[in-house]
Design a protein around this ligand. Structure first.
Ligand code: ARG
Length: 592
């Protein structure tokens, strides 16, 4: 944000030979903007200068001192010095700042700031469960978490991405039993998760007929806990197969994790934690189980050890938080996990606090809502397709399927749009672009509203190229790219400061004012863990730009300087649009 007022004070102080503070207290805004943007009344200077105020004003206005270039005129009117800014000065300053920031962003991306030893922001997100489908709920955590990671990195933090895999629990005993009896190696090869899910479901059907299977499963789980090689090897196999399958999604979304410690990793640390709790007198027997009472905080007791001595989810989270702190001394430890786990995290943080860990205050649950698929009006084509889609996987909608379907639909929309165009895209270009646009539509669906709100899924809405969607943002970006191509590329970059000062129309000022708010909106998104702030800001930017574009000739601008300046403004919009989308985890496309 250009600080014209401060720089005007500097100039007036130097021109009058006075202190900045004195000028600052006198300076006012003229009642009539025609007089100028700022005014210095000279009445109270008369005694000091031993001259008439009018004379003082005239002398300051006549100063030979070089003026900052955003000042268009300095005039004496009676006892006032009126300072008028170039109408385009603000717009010019904003465009210049974005050009410089763009160059800087490119620099730091190349430098990859790894030698930074500041306290990191640890962000735990995605965290799917081994041998289970990666569903749209994990999609929420994954897409929201990655955006938060990018937002914090942009703001200069060192970010660590943690994937807290659900790779521990009694279900693995059942899975081992099922694996030995019913697995189909061919099916396993084709779709490991589907096959693991199938045999797991089969186990539950069979156990009704033969309850001894349950005993066997318990035995196998104990074997796993005791580290018996055969059981461990099978478990490792499940884990590998699952990771292999999850990695497709992460690659598709451009996500890399710094840490993959699953729940099982923290399990060995639990006895130590339990001992610590017992020594501190925090552990209590309750119905044979071990709990920490949290009555003073109006929370139900946290269950940490079951009656049979097996550990549970909460104890693994307590151990994990302590491990993370000891390893990383985090500035913040964020858990991007659905709202249903709110109580769980409040209990975990409360237990940590009772153990004397003040850093528990650095831990925060970043909750989010659920996705609903409208069963829809089965008589309409759209409705029928949606209900079809959601029941096919037995009510669990996999993120991969959602992505694939969205990409397919995007592709057919793009094919329709391209049909009959003589400069149309090739089939291969459409294929590539539809993957990016479809993916972006899904990502944006998760990010455009406040994270705690539930999402009602609708194809129509998320693929509306004119609506509040990623396709609309991406399309706006391609339109700017196309203007730049037609202008012959470098012209925007050649706009001089004098050129930029020609930008001063109302719509240009409106665009510049919006653009100037970028960093504070990103700051807000970081503070509230709410990328939706940025998503909405981008939609407003695109709307505002498209209004400008519809009403203003750009390439047809007659004055060559003004044309260069307008192109530079368009380029600044594209630059912020691209950066903003990147911070949401979204890649831009060249054409669509
Ligand atoms: N794996 C869990 C699930 O799918 C989410 C894990 C959340 N993170 C945690 N530290 N408890 O629901």
């Amino acid at each position: 944000m250009p600080d014209f007022k401060a720089r005007t004070i500097d100039w007036l102080a130097a021109a009058a030979g006075l202190e900045r503070t004195q000028i600052a207290t006198l300076l006012e805004q003229p009642p009539d903007p025609k007089l100028g943007d700022l005014a210095l009344p000279c009445f109270r200077l008369a005694a000091q200068f031993r001259r008439a105020p009018q004379k003082i004003a005239a002398e300051i206005a006549a100063s030979e001192l070089e003026r900052p270039d955003f000042i268009a005129a300095v005039e004496a009117t009676g006892a006032y010095v009126n300072v008028r800014f170039h109408p385009g000065a603000f717009v010019a300053a904003v465009v210049t700042a974005i050009q410089q920031a763009g160059a800087k962003a490119a620099d730091t991306a190349a430098a990859d700031s790894t030698d930074d030893d500041s306290d990191p922001i640890l962000i735990e997100f995605s965290s799917p469960n081994i041998a289970k489908p990666f569903h749209v709920g994990h999609g929420f955590s994954t897409i929201l978490g990655e955006s938060l990671a990018r937002i914090h990195s942009y703001r200069g933090a060192r970010v660590l991405r943690f994937n807290h895999l659900g790779d521990y629990g009694t279900q693995f005993g059942r899975l081992i039993v099922a694996w030995e009896r019913w697995r189909d190696d061919q099916a396993l090869e084709e779709d490991p998760i589907a096959e693991l899910t199938r045999i797991y479901v089969r186990f539950h059907a069979e156990v009704d007929k033969d309850p001894t299977l349950d005993d066997e499963a318990r035995q196998r789980f104990r074997a796993l806990e005791n580290g018996e090689p055969e059981a461990v090897a099978l478990w490792e196999r499940f884990r590998e197969l699952s990771l292999e399958s999850f990695s497709h999604i992460y690659r598709r979304l451009g996500i890399r994790f710094d840490n993959w410690n699953g729940e099982s990793f923290y399990s060995p640390f639990i006895p130590g934690v339990i001992e610590q709790l017992r020594d501190a007198g925090l552990l209590e027997h309750s119905d044979g189980a071990e709990v920490v009472r949290l009555d003073d905080l109006d929370l139900p007791p946290a269950l940490l050890l079951k009656s049979d001595g097996t550990t549970i989810y909460a104890s693994r989270d307590v151990a994990a938080a302590i491990w993370r702190w000891q390893q990383h001394h985090f500035a913040r430890n964020l858990y991007v996990v659905g709202i249903p786990q709110t109580l769980h995290f409040r209990q975990v943080f409360a237990v940590l606090k009772k153990m004397g860990y003040d850093w528990a205050d650095r831990c925060q649950h970043v909750g989010f809502g659920t996705i609903r698929f409208q069963t829809g009006d089965v008589n309409s084509e759209e409705g029928a397709q949606i209900s079809d889609f959601s029941t096919r996987a037995g009510n669990i909608v996999k993120l991969e399927d959602l992505l694939n379907e969205t990409v397919a639909k995007t592709r057919s929309i793009m094919e329709q749009n391209q049909a009959g165009r003589d400069d149309g895209m090739t089939e291969e270009e459409i294929l590539l672009a539809s993957e990016l646009v479809g993916r972006a539509a899904v990502q944006f669906l998760y990010l455009k509203n406040g994270r705690e709100r539930d999402i009602l899924f609708s194809w129509e809405e998320m693929l509306d190229f004119e609506g509040d969607t990623a396709p609309y943002l991406l399309y706006t970006n391609t339109r700017i790219a196309s203007i730049m191509r037609r202008a012959g590329g470098e012209e925007a970059a050649r706009a001089s400061h004098q050129d930029l000062l020609l930008l001063g129309s109302e719509s240009e000022r409106e665009l510049a004012t919006h653009l100037a708010g970028f960093d504070s909106i990103v700051e807000l998104a970081a503070r509230q863990s709410e990328p939706s702030n940025l998503a909405r800001w981008l939609l407003q930017l695109a709307r505002s730009y498209n209004r400008y574009y519809a009403a203003t000739p750009i390439l047809l601008t007659e004055d060559a300087g003004l044309r260069r300046a307008r192109l530079a403004l368009c380029q600044a919009v594209a630059s912020r649009l691209g950066l903003g989308l990147h911070l949401l985890g979204i890649e831009t496309v060249e054409r669509m």
